[in-house]
Design a binder for this molecule. Structure first.
Ligand SMILES: Nc1ncnc2c1ncn2[C@@H]1O[C@H](COP(=O)(O)OP(=O)(O)OP(=O)(O)O)[C@@H](O)[C@H]1O
Ligand SMILES: [Mg+2]
Length: 277
């Protein structure tokens, strides 16, 4: 079942000459993990903002085409341009690049409970969800902490828990690990894999493609507001030269196997690479 359908989407920010998105069409199946890659300014963040209606409701501009979300549990369809963000965000939860912008409560527990209280859920349901979400992200032992005292990776996991607790069928993340140290990054990546095992559809934007090449079901490459390439990691990996030309970090093993004329190989020992051989 398709949970997201994007049809011929165009968007131009006010006072901007060039469109940020041009003719983007894409659908996402329930349970898929989608990786979005592309150079800076290619429209990745803008695209995510169209998924829960922040564009066009809160950020206005020239918008055409359509984005339709489908609740996989009820089959109900929502056209984002005609549905309030409060409703859309129960289907697509967004996690931003900078977790600080999403954290403003006194304790970890309150942070996760906050949106649930606003949804008017009963107390015991809130407690159950808070416990579950903190468990998934591995922060159960930090529930009484003051969020600003957490490490970068913990803050990001807390931001994920706050979104997860609302039980959206889709979670979209904008560069969730780009500001983290290697340990924080690894912990967040583990959480992302866990979300997928929970049956959640995950859409992730990252500059560094190594995690996505290894784990995503499908990769979408944006360039200049358009989809340049899409396919399985293997299919997209076959176009590694184009990715390198765009400045996208690719797994070293992929680069090597391509240069040696072998079929794409993704090894767990991949190390950072922008190296040309
Ligand atoms: N609020 C805004 N107002 C005007 N133009 C904007 C705004 N936000 C983004 N843009 C422009 O829209 C285009 C796409 O930007 P976007 O932030 O979606 O790219 P991105 O792929 O997420 O880049 P990055 O990898 O640097 O995060 C760029 O040309 C950018 O300058
Ligand atoms: Mg961005």
């Amino acid at each position: 079942m398709k949970v997201i359908e994007v049809r011929n989407l165009h968007f131009r920010y006010p006072r901007s000459r060039t469109p940020a998105l041009s003719g983007v069409s894409l659908s996402v199946d329930r349970g898929e993990m989608i990786g979005i890659l592309g150079p800076s300014g290619s429209g990745k963040s803008t695209f995510l903002l169209t998924l829960n209606g922040i564009i066009p409701h809160s950020i206005r501009g020239e918008f055409s085409g359509e984005v339709v979300l489908r609740n996989p549990l009820t089959g109900e369809e929502f056209k984002t341009s005609k549905t309030p963000v409060s409703k859309l965000s129960t289907i697509v939860g967004l996690v931003f690049q900078n977790p600080e912008s999403q954290l403003f409560n006194m304790t970890v527990e309150d942070e996760v409970a906050f949106a649930l209280e606003n949804m008017g859920l009963p107390r015991d349901e809130i407690e159950e969800r808070v416990e579950w979400a903190l468990g998934v992200v591995g922060l159960s032992n930090k529930r009484d902490e003051f969020p600003p005292n957490l490490s970068g990776g913990e803050k990001q996991r807390l931001a994920i828990a706050s979104v997860l607790a609302m039980k959206p069928p889709v979670i979209a993340m904008d560069e969730p690990t780009s500001q983290l140290d290697p340990m924080g990054k690894r912990d967040v990546e583990r959480v992302i894999l866990k979300l997928r095992r929970e049956g959640i559809t995950v859409v992730i934007v990252e500059h560094d493609s190594r995690f996505l090449f290894k784990n995503a079901d499908r990769l979408i490459v944006f360039d200049g507001g358009r989809i340049l390439l899409q396919g399985t990691p293997r299919e997209v990996g076959a176009r590694v030269d184009e990715l390198v030309d765009l400045g996208i970090k690719v797994p070293m093993s992929l680069l090597l196997s391509h240069r040696l004329g072998l079929s794409p190989v993704f090894s767990p020992e991949d190390f950072p690479s922008r190296v040309s051989l």
